[in-house]
Ligand binder design. Structure first.
Ligand SMILES: N[C@@H](CCC(=O)N[C@@H](CS)C(=O)NCC(=O)O)C(=O)O
Length: 155
């Protein structure tokens, strides 16, 4: 199987990482910023973004969906046990929906909008959403879950 995905400057590496992990060969097609908004690319990505993934007749977009597709078809990325699998998929959603957005907002504030008049006031709030928003609760969760899993195993 040869998978093909498109990327350009700043492309997500997670699709490529997943393919490397499962040992699947792939071709990379570079897509320029301009080409992303042209009809050829819009046929494979409705939002005109990257990456996309093509394997025969199958065309996918959204890195989460692509990585899940790769994980479901090749051993090694997600467990076989149904509950462990559900937990792994939960973390995939958490990475995309909970962890990534505030980090992306921080990158936007610090890099893309650093020259805007509102940045000085906005930056501390954005940083706080990452730092106190979930990093401390994640630590607490990890501690708690460790003990919860031990008690589940003991019963
Ligand atoms: N949720 C999408 C996000 C895709 C996305 O934002 N791609 C960026 C590159 S990492 C992009 O194409 N940016 C160029 C643009 O906005 O025109 C995914 O995970 O695939």
């Amino acid at each position: 199987m040869v998978a093909r995905w498109r990327h350009g400057p700043g492309a997500r590496t997670r699709v490529r990482w997943a393919l490397e992990e499962v040992g699947q060969p792939y071709e990379v097609r570079l897509v320029s910023l301009r080409a992303k908004k042209e009809p050829t690319h819009l046929r494979v990505h409705p939002f005109g973004l990257i990456p996309t993934y093509e394997d025969g007749d199958l065309v996918l977009f959204e890195t989460g969906a692509i990585v899940l597709h790769i994980a479901e078809r090749h051993a090694g990325l997600i467990p076989d046990d149904a509950n462990a699998r559900a937990r792994a998929i939960t973390w995939m959603f958490a990475a995309l929906n909970t962890v990534e957005p505030p980090i992306f907002e921080l990158v936007t504030a610090k890099i893309l909008e650093s020259d805007k008049p509102w940045t000085e006031e906005r930056l501390p709030m954005v940083k706080d959403r990452v730092a106190s928003g979930w990093s401390s609760s994640l630590t607490a969760w990890a501690r708690q879950t460790g003990s919860m899993e031990r008690s589940v195993r003991a019963t």
